[in-house]
Ligand binder design. Structure first.
Ligand SMILES: [Zn+2]
Length: 195
């Protein structure tokens, strides 16, 4: 061995400054508010979304979270365009990261939810949406981006431990199914240990 692997020297491939990910494209939204306690960021929730459902590489997720979804662009959008929801970050199919809400503010992704008996997960969670669908495999680029993001989030907000990274289905069982059977939790957890 001539040298140690790069990750030992540069363990965090992403950078967070003032609760913003420098590696993400920043998009503003009004779909956010203040956390009750910004010091209590202690859960990471993984979701999926695709707009229209099961179609990828469209601009509509961005429009939706920014409150600018055109109801005339697709019949489904007439149903959802007035919903006021968001997530902290979206990871597109090609691995591109978009951030909508600074991590110390509250994004509106979890809805009615509970983790280990504590309700209103949005108060203390960071929400990350993978562009995808429950039964369609995620891309390698998405796993790579999610691992890097999770790593820097766990470093920056150390109350987010491995046991406190969950799927939306875990905190809203019976109501939500994402990120779905397509999400390979074993691959993700192994990746976190190896990075
Ligand atoms: Zn979700």
């Amino acid at each position: 061995m001539l040298s140690s692997p790069l990750p030992n020297e540069f363990p965090y491939a992403f950078t967070i400054n003032q609760h913003e990910l420098l590696d993400a494209r920043q998009v503003t939204t009004t779909h956010k508010d203040q956390r009750p306690d910004p010091r209590d960021i202690s859960l990471l929730v993984i979701h999926n979304i695709s707009l229209p459902p099961n179609q990828f590489d469209m601009p509509y997720i961005e429009d939706f979270f920014a409150g600018k979804l055109d109801p005339k662009a697709h019949p489904y959008f007439q149903v959802i365009h007035e919903m006021r929801v968001s997530a902290h970050c979206v990871i597109k199919r090609d691995g591109e990261l978009i951030q909508f809400v600074p991590f110390d503010e509250r994004a509106w992704h979890a809805g009615l939810s509970s983790f280990q008996g504590r309700q209103r997960c949005n108060d203390y969670a960071i929400g990350v949406e993978l562009e995808g669908a429950d039964h369609i495999p995620y891309t390698n680029q998405q796993y790579t981006a999610l691992l890097k993001l999770s790593q820097i989030l766990m470093h920056t907000y150390p109350k987010i431990t491995l046991g406190r990274i969950v799927g939306h289905n875990d905190i809203a069982p019976g109501r939500k199914t994402d990120p779905g059977v397509a999400f390979d939790w074993q691959r993700f957890r192994q990746g976190l240990g190896l990075l």
